[in-house]
Design a protein around this ligand. Structure first.
Ligand code: S3P
Length: 180
């Protein structure tokens, strides 16, 4: 049933909808889903907040890069990336080797609404407000944009509509590649 002959990497800020859209694509396309945060937590035998608390962010970013290198062996999967994956320049190159990169975006207000009850994001602990989210989003924006093959705004859209838009955009990109 899988329509795409490569991995689909979903990137974007925390709360942009990566995990939700990955699951929906799994149902629509029959593609396997890989959750990077879950893979890292399983490998370390520790939750993401515990990894940050015990070893710090740099250690976590190293684990993210190693995880992406390992994922180059995977085919035809939807990979839901951690929101900070674009913070290392080499990571976009790792992703592009085996797939296309889709950026999901959302306004800071939408993000806060989606993440406000979560305790699982150490970067937002004690920073659960629109101003902090907007500022961090602005700091990261250029990196998200530079990494993305396709951008999809998710505000005020249903999961179904976002998936349809994403599938149409990837299909158009594939057709353009075939024609060139
Ligand atoms: C992070 C995002 C998180 C997780 C970690 C750091 C970030 O993933 O990887 O807490 O720096 O943006 P989600 O985007 O899935 O919440």
């Amino acid at each position: 049933m899988c329509t795409f002959d490569y991995n689909i990497f979903l990137i974007g800020f925390m709360g942009a909808g990566k995990s939700t859209i990955a699951k929906a694509l799994q149902e629509k396309l029959g593609m396997e889903v890989k959750e990077m945060d879950q893979m890292i937590a399983d490998k370390e035998g520790m939750s993401i907040p515990d990894i940050f608390a015990k070893h710090g962010e740099t250690y976590f970013r190293d684990l993210e890069s190693s995880c992406l290198i390992g994922l180059q062996q995977v085919k035809h999967a939807v990979i839901s990336c951690g929101g900070g994956v674009v913070m290392r320049d080499e990571n976009a190159a790792y992703m592009r080797k085996s797939g296309r990169i889709v950026l999901l975006t959302a306004e800071p207000e939408t993000i806060l609404e989606r993440v406000k009850d979560s305790q699982d994001r150490p970067i937002l602990n004690n920073n659960m407000n629109v101003d902090f989210i907007r500022e961090l989003l602005e700091k990261r924006r250029a990196r998200y944009e530079a990494a993305a093959d396709i951008r999809i705004a998710t505000d005020h859209k249903t999961t179904d509509a976002i998936c349809d838009e994403l599938i149409a955009a990837l299909t158009a990109m594939d057709q353009a590649d075939d024609a060139s």
